[in-house]
Ligand binder design. Structure first.
Ligand code: ADP
Ligand code: MG
Length: 351
C-alpha cells in the first residue's frame, strides 16, 4: 500500500490569513461598501459619500467627515483583529457596527487599498496596502475625516473575481447596501455616485431641522422607499417581552413579485436574518398569495444583551436569546396592524 508522506504543519503568513478571512467578509463590491460605510457611521460622520466605477469592481471610494484615524494608528487599522470599538471583555454589549477588526486588513489583502485621514489639529497622513503588502505611512493633504479608496477589488484573488456579476448587477447591490444603511441612519447624509453610469447620483439628505428620531426615520423611509410606499404603508408599533417593534409595513395590495423590498433592522443594524424574514412572511400568510411578497421596513430594538450579532462574519444574521418572542411579536404586531387597516378601509367605504 502507498504510504502518505509525513505532512508538515506550517503557520500561514499574514497575507494568506487575511486572504482567507476576506473570503468570509467580502463577497462582492457591495460587501466592501457596507464595511467602509459602516466604519464611517461608527466614526460619527454626518456626511458619507460613496463613489464607484464599473459596479465597484475597479473603484470604491468612501469619504466621510468623521473622527479620522491618527497617523500612528494607520498601520494598526490595517492589522487583523485591531479595533477601537470594543475591548473584547463584553461581546454581548456591542453598540457599533464594527467590532471584529477584519474589514480593512481583508480589503487590503484582496485589492489596492489607500486610507487617507486626519485628526485635527495633526496633519493628514496616508497608508497604502496592495495584495497584503503595506507601504509606510506618508504625509497627505486632507482637511478632515477619512477617505478610503479601494481599487481593483479581488485582483489578488482571481477565483473570486470570476464570480462577480455584471457591473450593473454589482452597482445595484451597492445601491441596496446604501439604501439599507440610509434607512437606519436618518441623521446622516448619504451620497452614492456611479462614475461609470453617467455619474449618476443618489442622495439621501439628512434634514437638519428635525431633531426627532421618529420624524427623521419617517422622512428617510419616504425618501428611500418612495411616495407610493409611504401612501400604502401602515405604521407599526408593538412591544413584547423586552422587544420593541417599529416601522412600516405595506398593505397586501402593495406587494412585490420577489422578496426584494424587505428591510429589517436589529438595534439599528441592517440584517437579512432568516428567522425575521420568515416571521414577516408568516404575518402576511393569510392575506397574500404564495407568489407575492410583502414590502416592509421593520426595526426590532432590544437590550443588546438579548441578541448576539457575532454569528455571521458579515453580521447579516443575528441570534436572539428568545427567538420565539421576536417571531411572535412580528407576526402578531403586523397581523393586528393589517387587520385594523383593513377594518378602517371597509368602514370608510361602507360609511
Ligand atoms: P472594525 O470596524 O471592526 O473595528 P475595521 O477593520 O473595519 O474594523 O477598522 C479598523 C479600525 O480602523 C476601526 O476600529 C477604527 O478605529 C478605524 N477606522 C476604520 N475606518 C474608519 C473611518 N472611516 N474613520 C475613523 N476610523 C476608522
Ligand atoms: Mg469595520
Amino acid at each position: 500500500p502507498q504510504i502518505k508522506p509525513q505532512p508538515v504543519i506550517k503557520q500561514l503568513d499574514d497575507a494568506a490569513i487575511n486572504r482567507i478571512a476576506a473570503g468570509e467578509v467580502l463577497e462582492r463590491p457591495a460587501s466592501a461598501v457596507k464595511e467602509l460605510a459602516e466604519n464611517a457611521v461608527d466614526a460619527g460622520a454626518t456626511r458619507i459619500e460613496v463613489v464607484i466605477a464599473d459596479g465597484g469592481k475597479t473603484l470604491i471610494r468612501v469619504t466621510d467627515d468623521g473622527c479620522g484615524i491618527a497617523a500612528h494608528d494607520l498601520p494598526l487599522a490595517l492589522s487583523r483583529h485591531a479595533t477601537s470599538k470594543i475591548d473584547g471583555s463584553d461581546l454581548l454589549n456591542i453598540h457599533s457596527f464594527g467590532f471584529r477588526g477584519e474589514a480593512l486588513p481583508s480589503l487590503g489583502a484582496v485589492g489596492r487599498l489607500t486610507i487617507t485621514s486626519r485628526v485635527p489639529p495633526e496633519t493628514a497622513a496616508r497608508i497604502a496596502v496592495a495584495g497584503g503588502v503595506t507601504d509606510a505611512v506618508a504625509p497627505a493633504a486632507l482637511n478632515n475625516g477619512t477617505v478610503v479608496e479601494l481599487r481593483d477589488m479581488f485582483y489578488a484573488t482571481p477565483a473570486r473575481l470570476k464570480f462577480l456579476r455584471t457591473d450593473r448587477a454589482e452597482a445595484q447591490a451597492v445601491g441596496d447596501v446604501i439604501k439599507r444603511l440610509a434607512m437606519a441612519e436618518p441623521f446622516i447624509t448619504f451620497i452614492l455616485r456611479d462614475a461609470s453610469n453617467g455619474d449618476q447620483r443618489t442622495t439621501f439628505r439628512a434634514d437638519a431641522e428635525t431633531g426627532d428620531l421618529f420624524d427623521a426615520l419617517h422622512g428617510r423611509l419616504r425618501s428611500v422607499l418612495g411616495r407610493e410606499f409611504a401612501e400604502n404603508a401602515i405604521a407599526i408599533d408593538a412591544e413584547r417581552e423586552g422587544f420593541h417593534l417599529t416601522g412600516y409595513a405595506a398593505l397586501p395590495t402593495y406587494s412585490r413579485g420577489a422578496a426584494i423590498a424587505q428591510f429589517l433592522f436589529v438595534n439599528g443594524r441592517p440584517v437579512r436574518d432568516k428567522m425575521l424574514l420568515g416571521a414577516l412572511r408568516a404575518a402576511y400568510m393569510d392575506v397574500l398569495s404564495r407568489d407575492r411578497h410583502p414590502v416592509a421596513a421593520l426595526f426590532v430594538d432590544c437590550d443588546p444583551k438579548l441578541v448576539d450579532v457575532n454569528v455571521h462574519p458579515a453580521k447579516s444574521e443575528v441570534r436572539f436569546r428568545d427567538p420565539g418572542a421576536v417571531r411572535g411579536l412580528i407576526v402578531s404586531g403586523l397581523r393586528h396592524a393589517l387587520a385594523d387597516a383593513g377594518h378602517r378601509a371597509s368602514t370608510t367605504v361602507a360609511g
